[in-house]
Design a protein around this ligand. Sequence first.
Ligand SMILES: [Zn+2]
Ligand SMILES: [Zn+2]
Length: 268
Amino acid sequence: MEYHGMLTTGLTDSWDVAPGVAGLRTLFANLAFVSLAPEKWILVDAGLGNFAGSIVRAAQTSYPGAPQAIILTHGHFDHVGNLRELLEEWKGTPIYAHREELPYLTGRQDYPPADASVGGGLMSAAAPLYPHRAIDLGPAVQPLPDDGSVPGAPGWKWVHTPGHSPGHISLFREADRVLLSGDALLTVKQESALAVVTQRQELHGPPAYFTTDWEAAEQSVRRLALLDPKVLLPGHGLPMAGPELGPQLAELCRTFKEKELPEQGRYV
Ligand SMILES: [Zn+2]
Ligand SMILES: [Zn+2]
């Protein structure tokens, strides 16, 4: 199935991914609106900075008021960029992330710097410019419940998918096998600016310049493959659904070491 953007402006794009699940692209990072019941919805990730207005506008057209919660797949700059502005708009909205991601969201620990030496294209070459310092959300951010449930989102569960970052999670809705994979599984070769601009669709592992544990990253892709997703909205790249998803995911698992692992890099 091909997804066609509804409001392509170059800077943003949006997609109806599955019933009650909409994706929004902020330049090159995706976030998701998940509606649960009339008047109830959650936001998954908060996009690249300077897009708070686009996010609020997109939310207002379909969802009333503030979200029940903001769930973070992880704390990299391109997934938390608008939180401050969004929290001003939606005061008191709780934010949830995996326990192991909290140090990077409460100012206690910085991520290791992005590694340009992994190669693969312009997005990697620009890696030294990417912010890696922890943001401090203070008490607004809380750990996700240990039982895998997603606060405010019955029918969804979170799955620990570390490797790209220690507390990275993905979200899964079992009923129709919808997967929001964050940066654990992408549909674009994120290291390459050309692939990012053309959004040529092919399944890949996480962006190499920020991935610090490749063993865990591979295990995480296998864990996601076992979920047998039918619809995928990744943190980068276009949504994907249909019969090609399963075979492509199996192929990615088979070839992960040889194709996804950078030949060189600080964290390899
Ligand atoms: Zn990331
Ligand atoms: Zn990312």
